[in-house]
Ligand binder design. Structure first.
Ligand SMILES: [Zn+2]
Length: 347
């Protein structure tokens, strides 16, 4: 049965409707825009409880303009970027605006790399809707910092801190037995903090996938597998390795590296010199509900900005490449990866 919807209740409905419903309405409106708004009908959308809607109030025209055409852009989430870094000290606000105000709205997780950068991430996240923070100590970005876990524990209490990271292992940038032991020690403390706070992990892993799996398994035994979860950011290994993380419930994050042409076989990583074609195999095979998009800005700019300072607004180039490799469209990729971020980080 058709239902007449008042101006007020439709506006309330729009405010509360899930993004999928809003996007669907927008599409319907775009397809049927020649219809009079006096008699606009929406076909069944039963899964969200919306049976049939006939909009009868002419005021709705402006509401639709305001709420649907102007604002309800598709959202994508940059699951790993560093907008708090000094590279943006001159133009941070403009850079963030470009992400929010582009063709698609790009929201972001602002990832901490040491105490100072984690604290800055928390401040930035609290200044903006659409930015969240993580707190953690990168395995070798700041070797001088004397780890005080209590400081990170405090940061993690902030409601905008949605993850512990980035933490992990990097056996490429620093080597030597002593250093490896040092990195493992740091990592284990953060795994404990993740288990304690119930927050997911953002993991940095470079040339250390085997050791990482061992440590994660150890932590799962100790704290419970459901407490040790998260994303392996900037994943650059083979499908064989990918499967091992997926089996353990981890998500995998992909960035501009996947846009680099296969001829530049050794990308930033020298992880066993995995050629881009192998990485493409991972992007093609991974279940879409385990894939996260990221920029790792200011690093790793995707083609066509390779080599320049990266920023979250370039996320669409990564998303487009994923869509191309998986033979699907940008809309599906943005919708599902946004959903994935919401599921993992409880946004
Ligand atoms: Zn990073």
């Amino acid at each position: 049965m058709a239902k007449i919807c008042s101006f007020r209740s439709f506006r309330l409905f729009l405010r509360k409707a899930p993004l999928a419903v809003k996007l669907w309405i927008r599409k319907e409106l775009e397809n049927n825009y020649t219809l009079s708004v006096q008699q606009l009908t929406f076909p069944t959308y039963a899964s969200h409880g919306l049976k049939k809607l006939i909009v009868s109030n002419p005021q709705l025209h402006s509401v639709l303009q305001e709420h649907i055409f102007a604002k309800l852009k598709q959202i994508m989430i940059d699951s790993h970027s560093h907008p708090q870094f000094p590279q943006y000290d001159q133009d941070r606000d403009e850079m963030i605006r470009r992400a929010f105000d582009g063709e698609m709205e790009i929201q972001m997780i602002c990832v901490g790399t040491d105490y100072e950068m984690s604290a800055k991430a928390v401040v930035l996240a609290n200044q903006h809707e659409g930015i969240w923070a993580s707190a953690g100590l990168h395995p070798n970005d700041n070797l001088q910092e004397k780890l005080d876990l209590d400081l990170y524990r405090k940061l993690a209490e902030d409601p905008k801190v949605v993850a512990i990271g980035e933490v992990g292992l990097d056996f490429y940038r620093t080597t030597g037995e002593e250093n490896l032991a040092f990195q493992k020690e740091r990592l284990v403390k953060f795994l404990e903090l993740a288990a304690e706070t119930g927050k997911p992990l953002i993991m940095h892993c470079r040339e250390a996938y085997t050791e990482m799996l061992e440590i994660l398994d150890g932590a799962s035994t100790l704290f419970g597998a459901e407490k040790i979860r998260g994303v392996i950011h900037s994943f650059t290994s083979t499908w064989e390795t990918a499967k091992k993380f997926l089996e353990r419930g981890f998500y995998l994050g992909f960035n501009g590296i996947i846009t680099f042409p296969p001829s530049s076989a050794s990308r930033r990583t020298t992880e066993g010199q995995v050629p881009t074609s192998s990485l493409e195999e991972v992007v093609k095979n991974i279940p879409l509900n385990k894939l996260l998009l990221e920029t790792d800005a200011p690093y790793l700019s995707p083609v066509p900005y390779r080599g320049q300072r990266n920023e979250s607004s370039y996320l669409k180039f990564v998303a487009e490449k994923v869509a191309e490799l998986r033979n699907t469209n940008l809309e599906e990729i943005s919708r599902q990866t946004t959903e994935n971020c919401k599921n993992l980080f409880k946004l």
